[in-house]
Design a protein around this ligand. Structure first.
Ligand SMILES: [Zn+2]
Length: 234
């Protein structure tokens, strides 16, 4: 089964206490994040890593404190989550370099939004990688991890943001309809995709919200797993 790892926002501003939008306890994930990263490399599993890459006056900062501003130390990924041969995919039109994506160990997908699928190149990239199984981990469970999983399951995203009253976040991700998020739901591939969430490699802002998010994702079709289970089976 062709597997792709999806590493969500494991960046300094989220992972560490000195970070601009610290996720409490997230630094404790560093050990498993390193293991998963190395497992991907050792088994030639494509590693897709989303990263916030905000502008200094990003509209998202009306909701969240400023964080992960492009070019700052806080925006960088933790070293344990990086592989040597990586390719950075921006959201710019026609930015997807197919050869680079297929020959890199890691594709870093930049985004400006809590929904990674807001980068219109992400669906194109995932389509190119032809995964049948996604292993998802990172931060923040009830925000970007949940949005990523919902996108993979083809059920859209943004439910959390809609409750926060942010007009911008209620808008559908650009190109979703045109590209068809449903391509990940079996419409294009012969087999439906399997989406696994590594429960000990995600972290939430709020424990009840994280628990509710995971329960909702499981009822939508995602499966919970552990780092140990992932490392034991290819
Ligand atoms: Zn952000």
């Amino acid at each position: 089964m062709k597997t792709v790892f999806l590493d969500i926002d494991t960046q300094m501003d989220f992972l560490y206490p000195a970070g601009a939008l610290y996720v409490p306890g997230a630094e404790k994930l560093v050990g498993v994040l390193g293991k998963l990263t190395q497992h991907a490399a050792a088994n030639r599993i494509p590693l897709v890593s989303t990263t916030d890459a905000h502008s200094e006056d990003d509209p998202e900062f009306k909701i969240w404190p400023p964080h992960c501003v492009a070019g700052t130390a806080g925006q960088q990924k933790s070293g344990v989550t990086l592989l040597p041969r990586r390719y950075v995919l921006t959201g710019a039109l026609d930015a997807l370099d197919r050869d680079a994506a297929l020959t890199s160990q890691q594709i870093v997908v930049e985004k400006h939004h809590v929904d990674p699928f807001n980068n219109p190149n992400l669906p194109r990239l995932l389509d190119l990688l032809e995964a049948e199984r996604y292993v998802v981990y990172g931060v923040v469970t009830e925000v970007c991890v949940a949005n990523a999983v919902r996108g993979l399951l083809g059920i859209g995203s943004g439910s959390l943001q809609a409750t926060k009253g942010d007009e911008d976040a209620r808008l559908p991700a650009p190109n979703r309809d045109r590209e068809g998020a449903g391509i990940f739901n079996g419409a294009k591939h012969a087999r439906p995709v399997q989406v696994e969430i590594v429960e000990d490699a995600v972290k939430e802002f709020s424990e009840p919200a994280g628990r509710d998010a995971l329960a909702g994702l499981v009822s939508a079709g995602a499966v919970l797993t552990s780092t140990r289970a992932i490392l034991e089976k290819l």
